[in-house]
Design a protein around this ligand. Sequence first.
Ligand code: AMP
Ligand code: TRP
Length: 338
Amino acid sequence: MTGYKGPERVLSGIQTSGEMHLGNYLGAIKKFVALQHERQCLYFLADMHAITVWQDPERLRAQTFHIVATYLACGIDPKVATVFHQSGVHAHAELAWIFNCIARLGWLDRMTQFKDKAGKDKERASVGLYTYPVLQAADILVYKATHVPVGEDQKQHLELSRDIAGKFNHDYDKPDFFPLPEPLIQGPGARIMSLRDGSKKMSKSDASENASIFLRDDADAIARKIKKATTDPEVLPSEAKGLEGRPEAANLVGIYAALSGKTSDEVLAEFGGKGFGVFKPALAELVVEKIGPIGEELRRLEADPGHLQSVLREGARRAAAIADETVREVKEIVGFVG
Ligand code: AMP
Ligand code: TRP
């Protein structure tokens, strides 16, 4: 337990390791945009997490610009929310080390993302990939963030952050020092699946380029990918219950619902009884309407990396003012000589 009484603060980050897709938008960035006017928000680019697997340096830099451009193109206002790159605020790494000494091996051994990413040959995975969730806890707690909007796949990492915060507070007898950060996961779009396989989440690392809709895709690419999306031969049911056991259909209806702001039941009230020959073109039109303008703005912003870099530097300066103070307090609590 924690008796944390500080201000509510929202924080989230995205790894700078690939093209942003519809799952990132619906599961994460759309929520970031909505939250920025409600609470104090910090949104960062997890470039230090990205290098837990090999990244070509030039590509890493380009992808960092791609993601900050995506944030801005989707509607994050860097004057309202603090937007920065993780490596630009050295307090993340400092706190991560101290948390490495708080987290237990047994806790990390349970992390499913490590098992998925390391694959069979885990002896060859980087140590960074293993302690990845510890750095994530530091990202959150260095700002004493109370709420973390993420997709469902991050739930386990958030639990670990809570465990680390709780153990730190307990071990140093400071019950109200760190908050126990809460994930904000609910809502449509928390888990968007691949267009080719309804049992796999949409991801930037999918081998089939038709599996994911990228925010950069133009109208033709979007329409083509939706047309080719795997489905079943049945017509759509008239209620969401009828989607059970039909993961591909459920996913397409879920995307329509998330983008239109309706529930799946409302979408099916309109499309129930109709086949994919009718539903897919309607979905393609909606995706183009919502995502098309983001892609255009994204391309415009990416053409000016100097501007993007100045946004990040200013954000990092603001973020460091909070983070450095936390690290100063933590060093004192731990017993380091100031
Ligand atoms: P990643 O691309 O894995 O760095 O994820 C960045 C953010 O997007 C995290 O909050 C993820 O939970 C979210 N996210 C990634 N893929 C999906 C997906 N297929 N559906 C919903 N959210 C996702
Ligand atoms: N692990 C997250 C992902 O892959 C990215 C991330 C790093 C993050 N640090 C974070 C998300 C802190 C939220 C809070 O999506």
